[in-house]
Design a binder for this molecule. Structure first.
Ligand SMILES: *[C@@H]1O[C@H](CO)[C@@H](O)[C@H](O)[C@H]1NC(C)=O
Length: 288
């Protein structure tokens, strides 16, 4: 029969070993996978919020080398492509199965917000789209729409490149959240008719040889045919989320406008209200 003293020493030794084992186990799993990994993923989330090219760039990387005619600053300037057009140089826009009627070969020039503001506006557009059963689209202020050229996409890109050399970088300031009466101007942020924005639009019309109605610069938040009362509610909702005192960190706009340093060329057939065919064709840095 062991003495009581000796058996308590054994018990202590076993307890000590067990504790040491638990401690080592906790250290190896706990510290490396839970705390530091949580730290890392927080860091990643934060980075995605502030890195402009976080979403579209990755998915579209392959197609971009050909389709994305970016001058200069590659990494920093892409803003939220729906997707990049798959067939650069093609002037055919008919669906491959040939069943649906061909869409017209129409393009738009967009000034897209980047970085944190771009992320916030993208989220707001997503919020309104989900709420109203509407399609989401990348945030943009159209500089010129309804562009059609006999030479198709290649010609549009060539003229856009020429235009970008004639336009100086400029700033866009929002004035308010408001609503319009057509599908593509349902709810939007109006943009101040400042000299830079107006001059850019005038030069675009001149270079593309297009005379349209007066330029009404705006950044759309919702494309929909909902009735006016619902548009009015969506406007109120937008004001509260983007500017209101009760708006959260995620929705309150970091800035009431943005610098435009490039134009993006988008394939935007007007008849496709689903926007499924819309895609980025190229982007040109403004060097005027
Ligand atoms: C935009 O707003 C800022 C800040 O209010 C102001 O300084 C600037 O003059 C406005 N217009 C342009 C074109 O920058």
């Amino acid at each position: 029969m062991p003495s009581p003293a000796r058996s308590s020493a054994w018990v202590l030794l076993l307890c000590g070993l067990a504790l040491l084992g638990c401690g080592l186990y906790a250290f190896s799993t706990g510290s490396s996978s839970s705390s530091s990994q949580r730290g890392l993923s927080l860091f990643r989330t934060h980075q995605q919020l502030v890195t402009p090219a976080s979403d579209g760039a990755a998915t579209a990387a392959g197609a971009q080398s050909q389709a994305h005619r970016l001058r200069g600053h590659q990494g920093s300037s892409r803003a939220h492509p729906l997707r990049v057009c798959a067939t650069p140089g093609s002037i055919m826009s008919a669906p491959e199965d040939g069943a649906a009627p061909a869409l017209r070969d129409q393009y738009s020039l967009w000034a897209q917000p980047k970085g944190r503001l771009g992320e916030q506006l993208k989220a707001e557009i997503g919020h309104l789209a989900a709420r109203h059963g509407a399609p989401a689209f990348p945030p943009h202020t159209t500089v010129l729409g309804d562009i059609e050229r006999p030479g198709g996409r290649q010609e549009v890109l060539a003229v856009a490149a020429e235009l970008a050399q004639k336009v100086k970088k400029y700033r866009i300031n929002f004035t308010d959240v408001t609503r319009g009466s057509i599908y593509y101007q349902c709810v939007y942020l109006s943009v101040a008719k400042d000299d830079g924005a107006m001059a850019a639009a005038a030069t675009a019309r001149e270079v593309f040889g297009i005379t349209t109605g007066p330029y009404m610069p705006h950044l759309s938040l919702l494309y929909s045919d909902i009735p006016q009362e619902e548009r009015a509610k969506a406007v109120e909702d937008g004001i509260v989320r983007l500017y209101g005192e009760s708006s959260g960190y995620d929705t309150l706009l970091v800035e009431n406008g943005y610098e435009v340093d490039s134009f993006a060329v988008w394939y935007t057939p007007v008849a496709d209200k689903s926007l499924k065919s819309w895609c980025l064709v190229g982007e040109f840095e403004l060097t005027g």
